[in-house]
Design a protein. Structure first.
Length: 187
């Protein structure tokens, strides 16, 4: 069953300026990109996504106030273990502080020089997309159980040579070449 979900538009400047807060819960299927990157067991529904945002306006002496958004998200996601190839649930828990500044240029410059995530302030922002972006960024590159629940199939356990290994020059071949060029070499 597909349902259309309206974007949750947030006026970031007003929201952060007021120190407003908002929280909610979305069905897992309402975040399509996150849903696509999941692989739940058969007949298991995607878990719901719990979220909360809190705006903050930090006064700066002699300057423009800083606008911040604290974002907390909890979402168990179903991934495929890359070792045993079975689905497993990973509880994603995010606690992010995002700073908003005027203009892409300033956002990029600040983002590069500070630890904080800096975004350009836009008139309105789709909160659902922001939450989904942050969740996608938090997914492990190589998902796997810390301990696989089942014995590994042989093919996986065999741990084949990484790709490109065969292309490395044979060290003995290189040695032969050295000997030919410098027959009196010490090595
Ligand atoms: Zn596993």
């Amino acid at each position: 069953m597909k349902r259309q979900h309206d974007p949750l538009r947030l006026d970031v400047a007003a929201f952060t300026g007021d120190g407003a807060q908002l929280a909610g819960r979305w069905p897992g299927a309402s975040l399509p990109r996150l849903a696509e990157s999941q692989n739940p067991p058969q007949d298991v529904a995607l878990a719901e996504v719990d979220w909360a945002v809190q705006g903050e306006r930090r006064a700066v002496t002699g300057g423009e106030a800083e606008l911040w958004l604290a974002l907390q998200v909890q979402a168990p996601v179903w991934l495929t273990c890359q070792r045993c190839l079975q689905p497993y649930a990973l509880p994603l828990v995010l606690d992010r502080r995002l700073r908003f500044v005027r203009g892409e240029a300033q956002a990029e410059a600040l983002d590069a020089e500070t630890e904080d995530d800096v975004l350009a302030l836009s008139r309105s922002m789709d909160l659902r997309e922001l939450v989904e972006d942050e969740l996608l960024l938090a997914l492990p590159i190589v998902p796997r159980h810390s301990v696989c629940p089942q014995p590994l199939p042989m093919a996986v356990e065999a741990d084949p040579l990484p790709e490109g290994e065969a292309e490395r020059p044979n060290p003995f071949a290189a040695l032969q070449w050295l000997k030919r060029v410098k027959p009196d070499g010490e090595r």
